[in-house]
Design a protein around this ligand. Structure first.
Ligand code: FMN
Length: 172
């Protein structure tokens, strides 16, 4: 089965295990790379045309406003074509105010996912999946949405086995 990992991940200041740190590589990106290494999936990084601020408080304020207004930020680029070559699509992102960043929904609204296997995953600092999987289910009514995987962002470095187990359990 051909797979794609489409993910959003923010570098710069972030909340990490109880304090603010400067992340050079985002936590979700670490997980996306595990998935690529395990499955051979193609990767697509969801990036907004206007980057989010590096500053933690500015970023959280903007993200909150976008969530409250249900904004669909413009994306820097999109995969060419209609994704019909893919059987499985992993959708990843950090939990921002209880769900995926709005940019992930911009991506999801752009394509037809009917009949595809969707593997939702998030990294977080306490909300676990939050509303992320429910929000994807509401948007992609005719996709086969598997149980989501939630990993603490501060634990991604030691989470590869958990990712592998989740894939083995849900993709036969
Ligand atoms: C704007 C913003 C909002 C966040 N909101 C939440 C939240 O609601 N719940 C939570 O558990 N963690 C929240 N976090 C923490 C991130 O989900 C966590 O650090 C994640 O691993 C970041 O992944 P990334 O490095 O791939 O962007 C938030 C972080 C940011 C920057």
């Amino acid at each position: 089965m051909k797979a794609l990992v489409a993910y959003f991940s923010h570098t710069g200041q972030n909340w990490f295990g109880g304090g603010i740190v400067n992340l050079v590589k985002g936590n979700t990106e670490v997980v996306a790379e595990y998935i690529r290494d395990i499955t051979g999936a193609d990767m697509f990084k969801i990036e907004t045309s206007k980057p989010y601020p590096d500053n933690y408080n500015e970023c959280t304020d903007l993200a909150k406003e976008e969530k409250n207004k249900d904004v669909r930020p413009t994306l820097k680029k999109l995969p060419a074509g209609d994704l019909s070559e893919y059987d499985v699509i992993f959708i990843g992102g950090p939990v921002w105010w209880g769900t995926y960043p709005m940019a992930v929904f911009t991506f999801l609204e752009r394509y037809n996912f009917d009949g595809k296997i969707i593997m939702p995953f998030v990294t977080h600092e306490g909300s676990h999946l939050g509303e992320s999987v429910e929000d994807v289910k509401n948007m992609l009514k005719d996709a086969d949405i598997k149980p989501g995987l939630a990993l603490y962002g501060s634990n991604v470095g030691v989470s590869r086995e958990e990712v592998e187990k989740w894939i083995q359990e849900n993709i036969k």
